[in-house]
Design a protein around this ligand. Structure first.
Ligand SMILES: Cc1cc2nc3c(=O)[nH]c(=O)nc-3n(C[C@H](O)[C@H](O)[C@H](O)COP(=O)(O)OP(=O)(O)OC[C@H]3O[C@@H](n4cnc5c(N)ncnc54)[C@H](O)[C@@H]3O)c2cc1C
Length: 462
């Protein structure tokens, strides 16, 4: 690995001449704020925070850093869960907080071009005026740049796809200071290598995204929320497979295990009971087609012994369901004050979901661990959240984590469905990708020969 150098006085002056003194800071408070994400990974501070305002500035910052062997780690909103934006080797934390504009809205084409620092929730609040939205919804107010870099997804991915499926074009600054455009605004594209999708999910290790053209969806006219409570985990998971297998195009299909449902009921004042739950959403153009979908969902759930079934088109009630679900992490932090968290994010083919969920339960039991199991079950993605507050429990959560990840890979799945590799999943890359990991290394070497872009991520810090 490259021997990085500290930010010298000369480099500082060059950077100041590019972005202006008001757009960089070595203040400890600024560096500390960007030294950690929302995960358990240890913090590490950059030497300098730089806030570029234009794509050209981003490219110039990279050119200067590359020549001086100073590492650069992009920063969006810091909501990652695998240490992805932690500047592990110091250097520059390149923050996109001041590049947060909509560049152009092409409402007739269902597209918008944005700078990377805009929050997806802020973007959607503006797009709603035109009846449109950017579908991937990671819950936290992530930036678009961070979502692209992690290939974030969410509860509506089952219908609308992950971030990768909703990006048409990007502008990217490369380590050597070149500024390139990838893709086009055409829905269909087959001109050459797909560099757009190479950049998505690359966690700022291949290039820095300075602009993105996103696909938008019309906001559905009819939205229904469904809550179904099952006697056992097996029945709930079987219902997930059956609903997907029926061809129903549900907009969300979330699994919440019994202990988590009980916690949410208690803390959020909802009557979800203590049994495993499926939380669903149906989007339709007409009330009649929504009703047909809801009837089929109910029929499937009844066949699998559902204990309570509630479907609603009342938007306040539907929003309350989602608020309770989306507050889960905050709720856990409140209920377990002072605890740290091992957050898992494995995904498998939908038919392997029952086997994975069984394995998770058995692993928690074997290791005497408390674990809250939820998942974007409609696309085979499971999250296990394990609290710990002492070294012995931390070790057991680490063992459980490894066991479950290896099982997901063995079942034909992946070590991370949406949170990205960051620091935490790097050790599984070889098992998951085999010889393809060498090809990834070759790509990294070609685009970033000095390894200045977000070092220590995706590939283990050697
Ligand atoms: C409560 C909670 C719930 C969550 N739920 C979900 C969920 O359901 N689904 C999901 O996918 N995620 C979820 N997340 C994780 C997180 O929100 C996503 O990973 C999100 O994409 C991170 O975006 P960010 O703007 O915070 O990026 P950051 O954390 O700041 O950075 C993420 C990565 O992107 C890189 N990066 C940032 N900007 C750029 C850029 N312009 N160019 C290149 N690289 C860049 C960083 O270096 C880093 O590697 C959740 C997080 C929390 C705290």
């Amino acid at each position: 690995m490259t021997q990085f150098r500290p930010v010298s006085e000369e480099v500082l002056q060059q950077l100041e001449s590019v972005v202006g003194v008001e757009n960089l800071s070595s203040a400890e408070s600024e560096r500390r704020l960007r030294s950690h994400d929302m995960s358990h990974h240890a913090p590490h501070m950059a030497e300098l925070v730089v806030w570029p305002r234009t794509a050209r500035q981003v490219a110039d910052v990279l050119r200067i850093a590359n020549a001086a062997l100073v590492p650069v780690t992009p920063w969006g909103a810091g909501s990652s869960l695998e240490g992805n934006p932690i500047p592990l080797f110091g250097g520059i934390s390149l923050s996109f907080e001041r590049m947060n504009r909509i560049v152009a809205l092409h409402a007739d084409d269902f597209q918008v071009t944005v700078q990377p620092g805009i929050g997806y929730k802020d973007l959607n609040a503006i797009l709603a005026r035109d009846g449109l939205f950017f579908a991937p919804d990671p819950g936290a107010n992530a930036s678009i740049g961070g979502m692209l870099a992690n290939n974030a997804a969410g509860s509506r991915t089952v219908k609308y796809g992950a971030t990768r499926d909703n990006v048409l074009a990007t502008q990217v600054a490369l380590a050597d200071g070149r500024l390139i455009r990838t893709g086009s605004r055409s829905i269909k594209q087959s001109a050459g290598y797909d560099l757009t999708h190479l950049m998505i999910g690359s966690e700022g290790t291949l290039g820095v995204i300075t602009e993105a053209t996103l696909r938008l969806m019309p906001i559905a006219t009819v939205m229904s929320g469904v809550l179904a409570s099952f006697p056992t985990v097996a029945a709930a998971v079987e219902a997930v497979v059956a609903i997907r297998g029926s061809g129903l195009d549900v907009a969300a299909l979330e699994f919440i295990d019994g202990p988590t449902a009980a916690l949410i009921s208690r803390e959020e004042g909802v009557a979800w009971g203590e049994r495993p739950i499926l939380l669903m959403e149906v989007h339709a153009t007409h009330a009649a087609s929504a009703e047909l979908d809801l009837a089929l969902i109910e029929e499937i759930c009844m066949a699998l012994g559902v204990m309570a079934f509630r479907a609603t088109t009342d938007s306040a009630e539907r929003r309350q369901m989602w608020r309770a679900r989306h507050h889960l992490f905050e709720t856990l932090v409140r209920v377990f004050p002072g605890y740290k968290w091992q957050l898992m994010d494995i995904a498998v083919p939908i038919s392997s979901l029952p086997a994975l969920v069984d394995h998770v339960a058995q692993t928690l039991l074997n290791n005497e661990l408390v674990g809250f199991v939820i998942g974007h079950a409609g696309d085979g993605n499971v999250h296990v959240t394990m609290p710990y507050n002492d070294e012995a429990t931390r070790r057991r959560t680490a063992v459980a984590n490894d066991t479950i990840v290896y099982k997901a890979i063995e079942l034909g799945g992946t070590s991370t469905g949406e949170h990205g590799v960051g620091i935490g999943k790097a050790k599984f890359m070889s098992r998951e990708h085999g010889a393809a990991l060498d090809v990834m290394r070759t790509l990294k070497q070609a685009l970033d020969p000095n390894g200045i872009l977000n070092p220590g991520k995706i590939f283990s810090a050697e």
